[in-house]
Design a protein around this ligand. Sequence first.
Ligand code: URA
Length: 210
Amino acid sequence: MLEHLTVVTHPLVQHKLTLMRDKDASTNSFRRLLREISQLLAYEITREMEMTTRRIQTPLCEMDAPVIDGKKLALISILRAGNGLLDGVLELIPAARVGFVGLYRDEATLQPVQYYYKVPAGLEDRLVIALDPMLATGNSSAAAVDLLKKSGARNIRFMCLLAAPEGVARMKEAHPDVPIVTAAVDERLNEHGYIVPGLGDAGDRMFGTK
Ligand code: URA
C-alpha cells in the first residue's frame, strides 16, 4: 500500500523541480520539465498496480511473463493545470482513459464551483489517478475527489508536483483513502493561497498566460 503521502526525493525529480521554480525558466522549459517530472511521478504512483502473467514465447522458450492486470487506468486532469501532468503520463501509459474536471473558486464563498465534468465509464473498476500540479488549500482537490467518488471511483490516487502542508492535511481529513504522490511539500500558503516558496501560478507558467 502507498502511504497517504509519498514525496519523491529522487535526484532527477528534485533537480528538475528546482529548474521549474526559477522565475526565469521559459514557458517552453517549464512545460518540458513538468512533462518529464510527471513521468517520474507516474512511475511511483503506479508502483503497486496489480499484476498477472501472460504465457508468451521468447525466441528461446515459453514463459509466464508479467503484465498489468485488470482494466485500464483512468487519468483525470483537474483543469487547467492538470493538463501539464496529463501529457507526460499519457506518453507513458498511452492506453489510459482520460477525464476532465473543471472547478473554479467562487470569490464570495471561496468554495469550488464545478463548470465541467466528463469522465470515462466504469470508474469503479479502474485505478483512477487525479492530476493537479499544485495542492494548495486542498479545497478544489477534495471537491474533485468527491465528484470522482460520486461517479463510482473506489481506487483513487492523487498526483501533484508541489503540495502545501494545509492541502495535505485537508486531503487527509476529507479523503484518507486517497494516497498523494508529490515532488515536494513546501513551507506554507501565503494570504493569496499561493504555495511558498512554490513556483507561482502553474497554469500561467505552463501556458504563458502572464
Ligand atoms: N495554484 C498555483 O498555480 N500555484 C500556487 O502556488 C497555488 C495554487
